[in-house]
Ligand binder design. Structure first.
Ligand SMILES: [Zn+2]
Length: 347
């Protein structure tokens, strides 16, 4: 269960210090030009003091707002509080009602605008951010009537989402089209994913290093081995033990050892081609693990590469928290905005 830490910006009732430069001409000397009391919408403050200054260079006057406030009626704190309520699944109208209960009038339209503004700000921040190690994972989210496939890209250095696409992760071409511009813009060199075949194809085509999440692999390999233990003839049970050991230790030369095992295990195929015998299943597992092994071990080459895709799963967990409570998004734009905001960890 992920926890969103609520830390809202501070709001000062008066400015500390003088402005640094004139917003018009960048002049650095000013005269005080009066002050005024401004009512604000906030969870705590009711009024702030705004000073006016006159620039000695260009002669124009401007207002100097205390930190956490601006020319808007609502403070930065209230704005983010409203966005948080929205992330937790309230509609614009409900957020407006909650604030009404605190004696603050903020219309649903303003809540909507603030949420959009926050999402745009995130988008701009992400646009040119360098990201070297990118986690990718698919999820299904309820939107306009049914479950929609989304692909989530996460900066694993910061554990923050950088993009959400309306893409089915099982379609290599769609994943590639969506990923290519991201990779180029952010300078991605490594992707971390589960072992879905599409990711392997895309990593090759885009010339990316690839780490396959080991939690994911251990889950399905563990299941397969357990099954084989019950079905396989006794003479090959030692191979199951060998595989277990290799998976636990993850030695860099594991692929060669698995390949050698594959050559040793001699079994005949089942009579009907669609019905695999346990022996055939074992050989299939050996060759599959051997082929993917280098991508199990990419993380040895660089401490910045995690050996699991946990960071991405955490972000998707945060996204699902809102998705559960909104009872479905109405449009793709709404879903994209909602997921990005909900997935972002406030710091
Ligand atoms: Zn000036």
């Amino acid at each position: 269960m992920s926890i969103v830490v609520l830390k809202l910006p501070e709001v000062k009732s008066r400015t500390e210090g003088r402005p640094k430069e004139c917003p018009y001409c960048s002049g650095e000397t000013f005269q005080r030009w009066g002050k005024m009391k401004k009512p604000v919408k906030d969870t705590r403050s009711r009024n702030i003091w705004v000073y006016r200054y006159r620039c000695c260079r260009c002669g124009r006057t401007f207002r100097h707002y205390p930190s956490g406030t601006s020319m808007a009626d609502q403070t930065e704190r209230l704005r983010l509080f409203a966005v948080m309520c929205w992330i937790f699944g309230m509609s614009d109208r409900k957020v407006s009602m909650i604030l009404g209960g605190l004696g603050i009038t903020l219309c649903p339209m303003t809540v909507w605008r603030d949420t959009q503004g926050q999402a745009e700000q995130l988008h701009r921040q992400n646009q040119w951010k360098p990201v070297r190690v990118l986690g990718l994972d698919g999820a299904y989210v309820l939107g306009w009537g049914e479950k929609r496939p989304v692909l989530v890209a996460v900066d694993l250095g910061e554990a923050q989402p950088v993009a959400v696409g309306y893409v089915d992760e099982r379609d290599p071409l769609a994943v590639q089209r969506w990923l290519e511009p991201l990779v180029q813009r952010m300078g991605v060199s490594v992707i971390v994913t589960d072992d879905l075949a599409a990711y392997k194809v895309v990593a090759n085509r885009l010339n990316l290093e690839h780490q396959i999440c080991q939690f994911h692999v251990r889950r399905w390999v563990g299941r397969t081995l357990k099954e084989l233990q019950n079905t396989l003839s006794k003479e090959w049970l030692w191979v199951v033990e060998e595989i277990k050991e290799l998976m636990d230790e993850l030695p860099p030369d594991g692929d060669k050892r698995l390949y050698a095992l594959w050559k040793q295990v001699k079994v005949s195929r089942g009579r009907r081609s669609d019905q695999q015998t346990p022996g055939y299943q074992l050989r299939d597992l050996l060759i599959r693990l051997s082929e993917n092994w280098p991508n199990f071990c990419t993380f040895y080459s660089d401490p910045a590469i995690p050996w699991t895709n946990n960071g991405t799963e955490q972000v998707i967990g945060r996204m699902k928290m809102r998705a559960r409570t909104v009872r479905g998004y109405k449009t793709w734009l709404g879903m994209q905005t909602g997921l990005m905001l909900a997935g972002t960890k406030s710091n």
